[in-house]
Design a binder for this molecule. Structure first.
Ligand SMILES: [Zn+2]
Ligand SMILES: [Zn+2]
Length: 139
């Protein structure tokens, strides 16, 4: 748990027992997770605590949010040095077969030249298709 505590402290988040529990559950996801996903694995944590913790983690840039078009906001844990700036944004990939959403952290969001006087504030870049596991079934 020491390592998890340090990760929270590095983001100015007081590492309470429940926050550590929630953070650990988040890290167990190899892909992005939704509030509902966390609710099912964290039955002992009440919904409002879970919601407040997600909001706090998001505000402190411990996690980032992904709108993958499924209607439910997805989240993923940020890499240690991520400040979620526009230049650091990466591509997300939603699998149309298993419905999982992945962070493609090695692929930066392409920069586009906007018309004059258009100011960019955020980017939501989601690609859809088959993930590496699901694409194998078609071979
Ligand atoms: Zn898949
Ligand atoms: Zn991501």
């Amino acid at each position: 748990m020491k390592y998890l505590e340090e990760k929270l402290l590095a983001r100015n988040i007081k590492p309470t027992a429940v926050r550590l529990l929630i953070f650990k559950a988040m890290l167990d996801y190899p892909q992005a997770f939704s509030l509902t996903d966390l609710e099912t694995v964290l039955e002992t944590v009440d919904k409002s605590t879970l919601f407040r913790t997600i909001t706090l983690f998001h505000d402190k840039l411990l996690i980032h949010s992904i709108d993958d078009g499924s209607g439910a906001m997805k989240y993923s844990v940020c890499s240690d040095d991520c400040m979620c700036s526009l230049g650091e944004l990466h591509v997300h990939f939603k699998c149309t077969h298993c419905q999982k959403t992945f962070c493609l952290e090695s692929i930066p969001v392409p920069s586009v030249k906007l018309p004059d006087k258009f100011l960019l504030e955020s980017v939501n870049f989601v690609m859809k298709g088959l993930c590496d596991t699901c694409s194998r079934f078609g071979e």
